[in-house]
Design a binder for this molecule. Structure first.
Ligand SMILES: *Cc1c(COP(=O)(O)O)cnc(C)c1O
Length: 358
């Protein structure tokens, strides 16, 4: 029996999205694929307000996170971390055999523009990585302010993970001038997992060509050469690209401003509900995510038990991630969720919470 997913990824997928994946298979070297590829990448450029290429990678986000450092770190990378995904990126960078340093903020706190400025001022780095929306903690770092600082360091590649924010909050790449901006589609896009979209700047594409040992599967030059023909280097997950095509059309029908407003409204509802139950909010004020909210567990709630009770009712809920598991819980409010989905969850939890309390 399937459960309704109230976990922050993979998120609940709408039936119409699943149905879009059932379109007949085509070959990726057929004209039909080029038409699909072009339509999807054009819509992504509209979403991100960029005229630079947006590529489709058949991998989860970590594939492109690894690819980005392999393509763009020639000297040394500064990895900024304030949670599990951003810290893992440092590990990934080192495991690729690259020189890298970790700059950490407390979990629950954002990466600040001052932190970035202080680290990069040493002149030691030619690339940096940052996670816009730390899904492990529910913190959204101030990307526009970080982007302003990055304008002082044009020699440092600006590599950004927007896995759980892209399409839920405005990302204007022509203003942010990121070198890589990537997102796996199983979070804010509301698709099944297996596909990652990523925008790469002209500057980064030119730099990548001069980087040794960047491998094949995530070689940016391969992506660029194939994209010029509306294609991908190797066989893509065509069914998921059908679903992305469908989802992008739905976004444009909803209207991007309406979509962003829906996410703001759901974030507000969730924060209010969590506080009304007597829980604290884990993320620092002013940096709370628009796509998921982390509550702080009080001393009274057995989150493992709550999760089990919810599961018996057909719902998957979250009891925290990494080192803050069971100390926090996360409520996602992204992708196709509406305020009604949250009311459904809150009603259930109000019934179950007394049974999970000592
Ligand atoms: C989920 C997530 C990832 C990891 O994505 P995979 O698709 O599992 O590789 C990376 N970064 C963030 C911010 C995430 O939320």
């Amino acid at each position: 029996m399937g459960k309704k997913l109230y976990i922050p990824g993979p998120v609940e997928v709408s039936r119409d999205v699943m149905e879009a994946m059932c379109a007949p298979m085509i070959g990726h070297r057929m004209k039909e694929y080029a038409v699909l590829h072009q339509r999807v990448t054009r819509a992504l450029k509209t979403l991100l307000n960029t005229s630079e290429p947006v590529f489709l990678s058949t991998s989860s986000a970590f594939g492109v996170m690894e690819g980005a450092v392999r393509n763009l770190v020639q000297k040394r990378c500064a990895n900024f971390a304030n949670g599990a995904f951003s810290a893992k990126w440092h590990d990934v960078t080192r495991r690729c055999g690259l020189e890298a340093d970790l700059f950490s903020a407390e979990w629950g706190q954002p990466i600040t523009p001052e932190m970035v400025d202080n680290a990069l001022a040493s002149g030691n780095y030619d690339a940096m990585t940052v996670v816009h929306n730390e899904t492990s903690t529910g913190v959204m770092s101030p990307l526009a302010e970080i982007a302003e600082v990055m304008k002082k360091y044009p020699e440092v590649s600006f590599i950004v993970d927007t896995v759980s924010s892209m399409s839920a909050v405005p990302l204007d790449l022509s203003a942010l001038q990121t070198d890589v901006c990537l997102a796996g589609v199983q979070k804010a896009f509301g698709l099944p997992p297996g596909l990652t979209v990523f925008a790469v700047s002209r500057k980064a594409l030119d730099k990548a060509k001069t980087t040794p040992n960047r491998g094949y599967y995530f070689d940016f030059e391969e992506f660029e050469q194939n994209d010029l023909k509306d294609n991908t280097p190797s066989t893509p997950c065509i069914s998921l690209i059908y679903a992305l095509d469908h989802q992008l059309a739905k976004m444009m029908t909803e209207g991007l401003d309406n979509r962003y407003a829906r996410h703001r409204q759901m974030a507000e509802m969730t924060r209010q509900w969590i506080e009304a139950q007597g829980f604290g909010l884990f993320a620092a004020e002013g940096y709370r995510s628009q796509t998921l909210t982390s509550g702080q567990n009080d001393q009274r709630t057995d989150l493992e038990r709550l999760k089990k009770l919810a599961s018996e009712r057909g719902y998957a809920i979250d009891n925290g991630y990494g080192k803050i598991k069971n100390k926090t819980f996360r409520i996602p409010h992204m992708a196709d969720f509406t305020p009604d989905d949250l009311v459904e969850l809150f009603t259930l939890l109000e019934e179950l919470l007394p049974q999970a309390r000592a």
